[in-house]
Design a protein around this ligand. Structure first.
Ligand SMILES: [Zn+2]
Ligand SMILES: [Zn+2]
Length: 387
């Protein structure tokens, strides 16, 4: 195994912590119990500073050498997902329909391991802050943390995060310069007409055609608006008109879609285009229109110097490096941090045939906790050596 010897005695405790967090899975913004478990764990490592309730239920523990040097922020996530936990293990989620299906329980255990090591030995110079961020899955948590008054003066010199990656060899380090993960945003379009008896639809105003044509036009938008060398998707995720009432011509209609690109500028253009489509059909069919944007994630754009730090760390602890050519098509709210601070996200292989993220049978593989900790410890050392 690629991690150093000191780590081994820690691993059983961190595995236990991971299982405890897994059983207590909570959805975005409601991570109260999870935060308590983490608070207890972090307090026992005697950090120089421990902030709680940051951007919601977030926690931030700082380990300070009290000597001038870089301030490194390492971030993990507190939240689970509204997806049922179909695994057969004694630590299966205790809450029906809620599970740690993105492996954030594993990410927390890795960062808890870093806390444990920094608790025993501070960095040589500078300081390290460990952030347990709430509400990543809804794209709200990072912004809330950054805007929290408790975070105001922190301004880290570097920020790092990892995400476990099913489909990649266990312990493999996946890196990418520039854009690492896509930008995305949810769009809800509501058309408002008027109901009528189904025998007299002409007396009301049904949004059915507006909904149908909006679905078609949204789906075709990338084809006609995006150049060949760029990628974009508009995925209609939900749509409906009226109620299941055969005597009624519907008065309300909804279309929901997710817009996705690899850069923020193209996403802005695509957003404008979708709004024009919705307005066009609202005008054509004389309907009221309400538009709502939700769960906005900027592209996670890595700083290339920070990527070098990750690459050098992986190299020194003999972990296999995979230089990915294309960005990941999923989104991550860590992009809010890399927008403000020099930083990068990297992937940690979770096993080639491991169940996919957000799948009901997904469970974080405990075997990669060690390599995650080793990576962050080496990254901290690398930034100190570069200062
Ligand atoms: Zn996720
Ligand atoms: Zn995730």
């Amino acid at each position: 195994m690629p991690f150093n010897f000191d780590l081994k005695p820690l691993l059983p405790e961190l595995k236990k912590l991971r299982h405890k967090l897994h059983a207590a899975a909570e959805v975005s913004g409601k991570e109260q119990q999870t935060a308590k478990i983490i608070n207890d764990f972090l307090s026992a490592t005697n950090p120089d500073d421990l902030k709680t309730n940051i951007g919601g239920y977030g926690l931030l523990a700082t380990y300070d050498s009290k000597k001038a040097g870089p301030h490194v922020l390492i971030r993990c996530e507190l939240d689970g997902l509204p997806i049922s936990d179909d695994i057969s293990a004694d630590y299966q989620s205790k809450t029906e329909g809620i599970g740690h299906k993105c492996g954030h329980d594993g990410h927390m255990s890795i960062v808890a391991g870093v806390a444990k090591l920094l608790g025993k030995q501070r960095p040589q110079v500078g300081k390290v802050s460990l952030l347990f961020q709430p509400a990543e899955e809804t794209g709200e948590g990072a912004t809330r943390v950054i805007n929290d008054a408790q975070f105001e003066d922190l301004a880290p010199d570097y920020c790092f995060a990892l995400h476990n990656l099913p489909g990649f060899k266990k312990d493999q380090i996946v890196i990418k310069d520039d854009t690492f993960a896509a930008a995305s945003v949810g769009l809800i379009v509501r058309f408002d007409g008027a109901t009528a008896h189904a025998a007299h639809p002409e007396e009301g105003n049904s949004p059915a055609l507006a909904v149908a044509q909006t679905i078609q036009s949204f789906s075709a938008a990338p084809q006609f608006r995006v150049p060949l060398e760029k990628s974009a998707k508009v995925t209609v995720i939900h749509a409906g008109v009226g109620e299941r009432a055969f005597g009624t011509s519907p008065g309300q209609g909804t279309v929901m879609a997710t817009l996705r690109t690899y850069d923020d500028e193209l996403l802005a253009k695509l957003k404008d285009h979708c709004i024009r489509i919705a307005k066009g059909y609202a005008d054509t069919f004389d309907l009221g229109l309400d538009v709502e944007w939700v769960e906005e994630f900027p592209a996670t754009v890595n700083n290339n110097e920070a990527v070098k730090v990750i690459e050098s760390a992986a190299d020194k602890i003999d972990l296999e490096i995979n230089q990915k050519k294309e960005p990941f098509s999923w989104s991550e709210d860590f992009g809010h941090f890399t927008k403000e601070y020099k930083g990068a996200m990297f992937g940690l292989g979770a096993g080639r045939s491991h169940p996919a993220l957000h799948a009901q049978n997904y469970d974080f593989p405990d075997e990669i906790i060690g390599s995650g900790i080793s990576m962050f410890m080496k990254i901290i050392k690398e930034t100190v050596e570069r200062s």
